[in-house]
Write a protein of this length. Sequence first.
Length: 280
Amino acid sequence: MKELFDTVSNDCSKLVTEKYSTSFSMAVHTLSPKIRTDIYNIYGFVRFADEIVDTFHDYDKELLMTHFERDYYMAKEQGISLNPILNSFQQTVNRYKIPDEMVQAFLKSMKADLFKTEYSTKEEYDEYIYGSADVVGLMCLKVFVNGNDVMFDALKDAAMRLGSAFQKVNFLRDLKDDYEVLNRSYFPNIDLGKLDTASKQLIIDEIEADFDFAFKNGILKLPVEAKFGVYMAYRYYRRLLKKLNKVPSEEIMDTRIRISDPMKLNLLARSYVKYKLKMI
């Protein structure tokens, strides 16, 4: 009855996605049914790792992360885990031959959040972004192209840039919690305690460049099974960035930007029209 357990595990990853991110869940739901489960499985894994380092303050986070990593590799080796999130993720990893380098890079960035609070050089910042976001985009791309290595190689740079853009938007949106609660400063050479207009604009411009590259060189060229869902996520984050851009730099620490549910539905409808008219 392993099949039943696998189904339950997949359902758990879907539930994690729906409970932790209604926006991402909406985007995943617009993917082809053939690939939705595997994207849920990837999200469940990265979300649990992120929760360990960001929210479980009353527990030994380092020990939890050590056990999480150890249990994942046991699951990958044995083809099963009684942790349903790890059981579902190892299925996806094995099904699409997701390289271990990607998983290791992700875990390295998550473990860095246990002790590293400041990224003072662009090299450190880029390495963290690669592990925490770029490789997640690459994992999803492995699912989207379904073994087509030529397509993967053609789209991987765009997938990484889109992952970077999403992460940097999150950094900008979560400045208050990262800086005041978690004591983290990701953007190098920028004093978040005295964020000025010029520094904020540099961040915005960097994100806009990532989005433009990802759209032109990746989203437009994705397989039909993935294109609309990824475009929907892109539109959502681009709208977040637009709202963040309107917030004065001196107020951004005290402002929590979100997209209302009616606006999400509006984005979905308008994106769908563009998709059906083959404008993307």
